[in-house]
Write a protein that binds this ligand. Structure first.
Ligand code: CIR
Length: 254
């Protein structure tokens, strides 16, 4: 069974962490409707959605991707880079323990799940403002017994590695080449975002299809042109909190 772990939008979302965007008012009711529609698309794509409760004092807890990295063999619970987000992991660790052995990234390491892109047995980790070298070596240690190799990737101009690049299939990536170098991922093939849509490199791959924001129609056309089936979701309010589509779920086989 394919699972999608999600987390309700916190009433405190307006106090979210921001790195690259100016703070704008966020309409909570619209954000919640958009989040519901996102979860519906995951259900349509074959996921059984389990939604964890929000916490009033955890503005960013909807961005559950940052709290864990789930492999077939193990779930790695992160230690998020933003101090305000550290409390988010406890409930996720408890929920994940039902499905996987759970290991934990320990201080002084920090890592956000948004910085981890797994393609086959290769795990690419962005060295960002949220993720440090200590976390990368802890992750490599946890994953070595299962045959994964961990590769450091520099990112610039964006929050996380997966703001700049995500996988659309086993051998193809969607990438913004301004934020990360495509050569790092050879021999994987790449589809570039439309230059007018720099935030368009984040897409959820689920089952045989993709879930993708309505905000990037020109990149969407490129994906469809390559034969991908794309379900579009409007996540405009969530984007004001620097969230994208991968960050709102943890998808794995149970
Ligand atoms: C943060 O800055 O941590 C949140 N406001 C946004 C996190 C988005 N996470 C992700 O893309 N993986």
């Amino acid at each position: 069974m394919r699972m999608a772990l999600t987390r309700e939008i916190s009433p405190a979302l307006a106090r979210c962490e921001l790195t690259h965007l100016e703070r704008e008012p966020i309409d909570l009711a619209i954000a919640r409707r958009q989040h519901d529609a996102y979860e519906r698309q995951l259900t349509i794509a074959g996921c059984s959605v389990v939604r964890l409760a929000a916490e009033d004092d955890m503005p960013d807890s909807v961005f559950i991707e940052d709290t864990a990295v789930v492999f077939d063999e193990v779930a790695v619970i992160t230690r998020p880079g933003a101090v305000s987000r550290r409390g988010e992991t406890a409930a996720v660790a408890e929920a994940m323990a039902v499905y996987r052995p759970v290991v934990q990234i320990e201080a002084p390491a920090t890592i956000d799940g948004g910085d981890v892109l797994t393609v086959g047995r290769r795990v690419f980790v962005g060295e960002s403002t949220r993720t440090n070298a200590a976390a990368i070596s802890q992750l490599a240690r946890h994953l070595a017994p299962s045959g994964y190799t961990v590769h450091l990737v520099s990112v610039r101009g964006c929050l996380h590695l997966k703001s700049a690049v995500t996988a659309v299939s086993d051998d193809t990536l969607l990438i913004n080449p301004e934020w990360v170098e495509a050569e790092r991922f050879r021999p994987l093939r790449v589809i570039e975002v439309h230059p007018a849509e720099p935030f368009g490199a984040n897409v959820v791959r689920v089952g045989i299809g993709l879930v993708y924001p309505t905000a990037f129609p020109r990149t969407c056309a490129r994906l469809e042109g390559h034969g991908f089936s794309v379900a579009q979701v409007d996540v405009s309010e969530i984007a004001k909190a620097e969230g994208a589509v991968t960050c709102c779920s943890l998808i794995f086989e149970a």
